[in-house]
Design a protein around this ligand. Sequence first.
Ligand SMILES: Cc1cc2nc3c(=O)[nH]c(=O)nc-3n(C[C@H](O)[C@H](O)[C@H](O)COP(=O)(O)OP(=O)(O)OC[C@H]3O[C@@H](n4cnc5c(N)ncnc54)[C@H](O)[C@@H]3O)c2cc1C
Length: 342
Amino acid sequence: MKLAIAGAGVAGSYLGNRLQEDGHQIEVFESSRKESHWPVCAWGASKNMLETFSKDAGLNFDNYVLHRGKKLRMDLPDEKIEYLDLRGLVTYDKYQWEQDLCQRLSVNYGYHCNPESDFLSNFDYVIDCTGFHRSLLPRSPQDFIIPSYEFLVENVSGIDEFYVIGYKGARGYFWFFPLGDGRGYMGAGDIDRKYYGISEFFKKNPNAKILRKIGRPIRLSPPKRMLPFHNDNIIGVGESIGCVFPMLGEGIIPSLICCNIFIDVLNRDSTFDAGLYEKRVLKKFGYYDDVYRIVRLKMDGKLNSVKHFKLLMSMYRNMKREEKRFGFGIDFEQMNRLLKAL
Ligand SMILES: Cc1cc2nc3c(=O)[nH]c(=O)nc-3n(C[C@H](O)[C@H](O)[C@H](O)COP(=O)(O)OP(=O)(O)OC[C@H]3O[C@@H](n4cnc5c(N)ncnc54)[C@H](O)[C@@H]3O)c2cc1C
């Protein structure tokens, strides 16, 4: 098929690579200019899954790993501290990974796609991989986003592990994700836009040098709340249709899982079965809606461990089942402690 992909982020670059290998004719349109294109993200994800995605796309993930995490320290309200046992969480060179996926693709930089873009009518299907922007699909009334921004910093001393500060009411969190050699991503997502931790970080690290300041909101509403996934010949994949784990704002692996569902459905038939795609995405990410409800209840101060026991069990059971995909140990007692402390 002749396919246009809008957006050369994690979903667009992976999808383009895989679909071209499968014999489809691919053209990618990316709104940013080549010189300034940069993956807005803290580059943290589980290597257990990225190894497989990379292999399927002809890449060796070991070449991209920057830091292998051992323990994640989490500072919580009332001076409580928890440590997460890391089992595969890494930071990796997401910029290079995406560039390498695009190496043999035709990528048109500086093309901002919108539903009126004439050139899109030349394709059998147009895939909306514009992430948070969802530029080609109708808005969803249930969309929910959290403002966030971050700095790429170097010359950081005294911290070389994953570190987060959880805000009261789970209204966001501060992060430092190490990239090796004293570099890291430091930033925060915060519903209240206070971003606690950022200025404290600079006070503790006066020699830290800012290399980049980047940001955009992160979508927390899951696929169930981001319908429709398609409109005429336009189909959404990745964060554009809510493939982000709502508790963490983590979207790399969910977006790639969504790509694999898309590839599987596309390659089944001579026309794309949009109904089947929708059904499979909703099934795969079904429990994200329970997690989202927990997050929103917590943010509104309404989460009750007795009343919402079923929701909490759904989150625990599903996360435990997918432990490898998260890259850290999932423990029921610890999850309860964390939710109580926040
Ligand atoms: C500050 C921050 C930190 C994050 N950290 C992590 C993390 O550590 N781990 C994790 O798993 N997730 C993280 N996320 C979430 C994760 O980055 C996204 O969920 C994931 O990248 C989504 O992939 P995507 O391909 O759907 O969209 P994106 O990767 O956002 O790619 C979308 C692409 O589309 C382009 N585009 C936008 N509009 C148009 C248009 N109209 N026409 C053409 N091109 C367009 C954009 O320039 C971009 O290149 C973070 C997000 C933010 C904002």
